[in-house]
Design a protein. Structure first.
Length: 508
């Protein structure tokens, strides 16, 4: 059976007479002992100054900074105000999943032979055939794998089993419910990759990659994976001769299959233009059916599993596995929404043994947060796992409590911290340029939807001390100013924590 795995003293009240020579020494010691407290007082002042100079009304921004060792909140600017966190929700989803499952947990997608039918059993793996991960994988001949190569491996496994005819292909997506599209997500953006439907069987991030190309007499779409069974209306036109840029605008209505590609093209599109597909589980089954037919293996119908259906799972033809830590890393580092939603529903399935849903996943995550932080969850609303919903709410104060629980040296905390980007990588690739971080590591998650900007994470000093921070802006008119404010606050944290460290070392 082939197996594939993609590669955080009370002061004296008695007055005594001291020789003059001792007074200077005692005064110096007294001031040294005061320095940490003075430093602690300067950070709130620095944050207040940064907010004032940003021009953002204080009513629209909240800040929490917490010493992870003591648990003490050092800065509180409206920190108990529940805010829309945008993609900072992924800090909850990934942390909750890492707490819910063993660190060696794997998502598995199995191709099973059950009598004369093929069953694709999904585990909600969001990484199955993700082109970003396939780029780092190879087939048995050492060639870089792509989506067609993966489908070829499935077909080869079936042919090797001596199968020349398949009565039916059954897609088993029952680990999750079949509510594919969150009701809060913007209906005019469902064709965008960040609004991809969420299924118990996902494939290729549930998108088609289009690379249109002008050809004699026609414009080819160059879709990948090739899906000739889909209705794709190609309304692309050739661009004017003076134009040098392509304008490719694909559309799909909510929960509808037909895709329409509009716009103009003047040259072959190199970077793919992605559009989501409807019903990812059935899409996967139909892809396999089409590839089998191309190889002369007749296939009857393709259908989804019924609610009570059971299968003989003894004969596994092919097994694709994805480590939990890979999913967490792609979720936080690259901010992939599908990954966050799959993690949330996966938690719901594990806790309830029912199909994972946004409701039972959210309930499971709330329980984990309450147990881990020991805090009341006042104002916390978990509508989805990725932060696309504008109904999500969390206070920065609770966010830093949550993040502080991942600052120790436990395997779970280390795995969580590893999943986060640092300046110059992932979603922080262009952040903190020309900022002085004083040798500190910054591990943080960005968040953005219209009018919302958030940044939360950990600042870790060279000696290992760390602060958790969360800066959330809502109802913003200028996102760039909020990003600059976030970076200024992180810079102030780095200066404070390293300054405190240096003074502590100088204290006798």
């Amino acid at each position: 059976m082939p197996v594939m795995s993609p590669s955080r003293n009370q002061p004296a009240r008695i007055r005594r007479h001291f020789p003059e020579s001792l007074r200077g020494l005692l005064c110096g010691l007294f001031l040294l002992n005061l320095m940490p407290a003075l430093s602690m007082a300067s950070l709130p002042s620095d944050v207040a100054t940064a907010i004032r100079e940003s021009g953002i009304p204080e009513s629209r921004v909240s800040v929490s900074i917490r010493d992870t060792a003591s648990g003490r909140e050092l800065v509180d600017v409206g920190s108990r105000t529940p805010r829309i966190p945008a993609s900072n929700m992924k800090l909850l989803s990934t942390g909750g999943a890492l707490c819910s499952f063993p660190l060696d947990h794997q998502f598995r997608t199995r191709l099973v032979l059950d009598d004369d039918r093929i069953v694709i059993i999904g585990s909600g793996d969001p990484a199955l055939a993700d082109p970003d991960l396939l780029d780092d994988m190879q087939d048995d001949d050492g060639r870089t794998l792509d989506v067609e190569g993966l489908l070829d491996l499935w077909v080869h496994a079936i042919r090797t089993a001596g199968i020349s005819e398949v009565e039916e292909i059954v897609v088993d997506d029952r680990i999750f419910d079949r509510d594919l599209l969150h009701p809060d997500w913007p209906r005019n953006q469902v064709q965008r990759q960040y609004c991809a439907e969420v299924s118990g069987l996902n494939f290729h991030r549930n998108v088609l990659a289009l690379r249109p190309k002008p050809e004699p007499g026609r414009i080819s779409l160059g879709e990948s994976p090739a899906a000739p069974f889909l209705t794709i209306r190609n309304e692309l036109k050739r661009g004017q001769s003076k134009s040098t840029a392509n304008n490719i605008d694909p559309h799909r209505q909510p929960l509808a299959e037909t895709i329409t590609v509009r716009g103009s093209i003047v040259q072959e599109q190199v970077a793919p233009v992605e559009i989501t597909v409807h019903d990812p589980a059935m899409f996967t089954g139909r892809l396999l059916s089409h590839r089998l037919a191309q190889q002369g293996i007749r296939v009857g119908q393709t259908r989804r599993a019924t609610a009570s259906e059971r299968f003989d799972e003894d004969h596994v033809l092919f097994d694709v596995v994805t480590p939990m830590q890979t999913v967490a890393g792609e979720c936080n580092h690259e901010s992939k929404n599908l990954y966050a939603e799959a993690l949330l529903k996966h938690m719901g399935n594990r806790r309830t043994r029912q199909p994972g849903s946004w409701k039972n996943g959210g309930d499971a995550l709330k329980t984990i947060i309450e147990e881990r932080t020991g805090s009341r969850l006042d104002g916390l609303v978990i509508a989805d796992g990725s932060g696309m919903s504008r109904n999500n709410r969390i206070s920065p104060e609770l966010m830093t409590r949550w993040l502080a629980t991942f600052s120790d040296d436990s395997p779970t905390s280390r795995a969580f911290r590893t999943s986060l980007p640092s300046p110059g990588s992932g979603t922080l690739e262009t952040r903190f340029a020309n900022r002085s971080l004083h040798g500190c590591r910054v591990l943080a998650k960005t968040g953005y939807i219209n009018g919302v900007s958030a940044l939360s994470g950990l600042v870790i000093a060279p000696d290992g001390r760390s602060y958790a921070f969360s800066v959330m802006g809502n109802d913003l008119k200028n996102i760039r100013r909020c990003k600059q404010l976030q970076e200024t606050i992180v810079e102030a944290i780095a200066e404070d924590i390293t300054g405190r460290t240096r003074r502590a070392k100088a204290t006798p």
